[in-house]
Write a protein that binds this ligand. Structure first.
Ligand SMILES: Cc1ncc(COP(=O)(O)O)c(C=O)c1O
Length: 469
């Protein structure tokens, strides 16, 4: 990373944590150059970058100021604690009816689970696909089905190593997206009727997997900024025969919460004491806004207790359906279950990704993508502060492309969803993220699409509907 990029990240962190407030003047170039011990031109480059990222703006003859994301910033939601119970899951109908509504390409896609495809290097990936399929040795078309593409496995292991996780290659199982990895992990450590600790709110597909496998959910509250409530988890582990945990320790979907390293270590110690395996869903790991990638809980794992699942769907290649799991002591069982079900993800798709990771400029793409998502987050926050009622609460995640909104209790999120859809705007209503149909006054909005006048108008319409409850 260049010096100006590092400086830009440091100042972005000051803005994100509120130390530099909206509307406040950013240190002058001379001052910043003295404070950070860098040249004036480095500071200028950093400020140009922050301007591109939508975080600061220049005012004629006055210097740079933090963009008015929120003159009247909305408050953050708070932790909603409560004793967890084991619950049968029955959400699929509701989830499918919401997902079905997202198919219309003319709808403003605030309910979508993906960023805009325009943000992915699809032409470059297509070149990798063509090249790698042309060069593929004939035996690989069959051999790569069992083990996975060896170059792809090496590239993924290398990325683990660079983020501080040493991973024996044998632990790695390449799967059809993270979704298959997560399914297989759960199947490898549970039987129908078992209890699984999940987050509250949780990614809706987690609920659907539990429903399909006839597992019971124990919902553990998640703090909107700091992640899983460890006291509540400790209490549930004490009281209930929980067989596995399925958590996201960084950029949790839907809240965007990220646990600190100390909390991740404490979570690991707790699970290790109870010998309960962790399925760590980390599909948004590459979309962090800060300079340092978040550490997974897997980095604290000494016993192979953590199954760490990742994917290229959110950051590079949606639709290629390539993901993986670093399966710890369960890797062999997971690999066998995969061979018994889908056998393998597409061999050409694996080869294309392997070629792209080696030659395509993946890290450059990720830097650009993160900056764009951060800038769009600023636009959506600013717009919400302009158009939504003042008692609305909203998260401010340090990565990804979701914001979680908590409205006044009287707002019915399912009714809001229907009224918004009638006006051509989708959103993900709170109840699809809960086995107990909680979060009835909450919604997740996606800011993964370039911000336009249409987005702004959609926020204004949503604001009017919310105020009408
Ligand atoms: C939290 C979470 N986990 C897993 C997945 C599935 O990822 P993939 O497309 O790689 O199967 C998603 C996608 O929406 C997700 O949001």
């Amino acid at each position: 990373m260049k010096r100006y990029e590092k400086l830009a990240d440091e100042i972005a962190a000051l803005i994100r944590t509120g130390l530099l407030a909206p509307g406040e003047k950013v240190p002058s170039v001379r001052h910043a150059s003295r404070t950070y011990g860098v040249s004036a031109s480095t500071v200028f480059q950093a400020y140009y970058l922050l301007e591109d990222r939508g975080l600061i703006q220049a005012r004629a003859r006055s210097g740079y100021f933090v963009r008015e994301h929120a003159r009247r910033p909305l408050h953050e939601p708070q932790l909603r604690a409560g004793a967890a119970q084991a619950t049968e899951v029955d959400v699929s109908e509701l989830v499918f009816s919401v997902l079905g509504s997202l198919k219309d390409p003319h709808t403003v896609p605030f309910g979508s689970a993906f960023p805009s495809p325009e943000l992915f290097p699809l032409p470059r990936l297509a070149r990798s696909m063509a090249q790698s399929v042309r060069d593929m040795p004939s035996h690989a078309v069959i051999a790569d089905m069992t083990e996975g593409n060896p170059d792809l496995r090496r590239q993924i292991a290398l990325r683990y190593m660079l983020s501080g996780v040493r991973l024996p290659l044998e632990e790695l199982v390449i799967t059809n997206g993270a979704m298959e990895a997560l399914n297989l992990c759960l199947q490898s450590v549970t039987e129908p009727g078992d209890l699984v600790a999940i987050e509250s709110p949780a990614f809706y597909a987690t609920l659907q997997v539990l429903e399909r496998l006839k597992l019971k959910a124990v919902e553990i509250p998640v703090h909107p900024r700091e992640g899983i409530d460890l006291d509540s988890l400790a209490d549930s582990l004490q009281r209930l025969p929980i067989k596995a945990c399925w958590f996201m320790s960084s950029l949790q979907n839907p809240l965007g919460a990220s646990m600190s390293d100390a909390k991740k270590a404490a979570l690991y110690e707790l699970l290790q004491r109870h010998q309960v395996p962790l399925i760590e869903d980390d599909v948004y790991a590459e979309l962090h806004y800060g300079a340092q990638p978040p550490k997974p809980v897997k980095s604290f794992d000494r016993e192979g207790l953590v199954m760490h699942c990742g994917s290229f769907s959110k950051c590079l290649a949606p639709g290629y359906r390539v993901g993986w799991v670093a399966g710890g002591r369960h890797a062999q069982r997971i690999a066998r279950l995969k061979l018994m079900t889908t056998i393998s993800p597409s061999v050409p798709a694996q080869a294309a990704l392997a070629d792209y990771l080696q030659h395509g400029g993946y890290d450059r793409h990720l830097r650009k993508l993160r900056h764009q998502l951060e800038s769009q987050q600023g636009s959506m926050l600013a717009s919400a502060a302009r158009h939504f009622p003042a008692d609305t609460r909203v998260t401010r995640p340090s990565g990804g492309y979701f914001l979680w909104f908590e409205f006044a209790e009287r707002v019915d999120a399912l009714q809001l969803f229907r009224l918004a859809l009638a006006q051509g705007i989708s959103l993900a209503p709170g109840p699809i993220f809960s086995a107990t149909r909680g979060f009835g006054h909450c919604a997740r909005l996606n800011h993964g699409h370039p911000w336009t006048a249409q987005s702004e108008q959609a926020m204004q319409i949503l604001g009017r509907i919310i105020a009408s409850f």
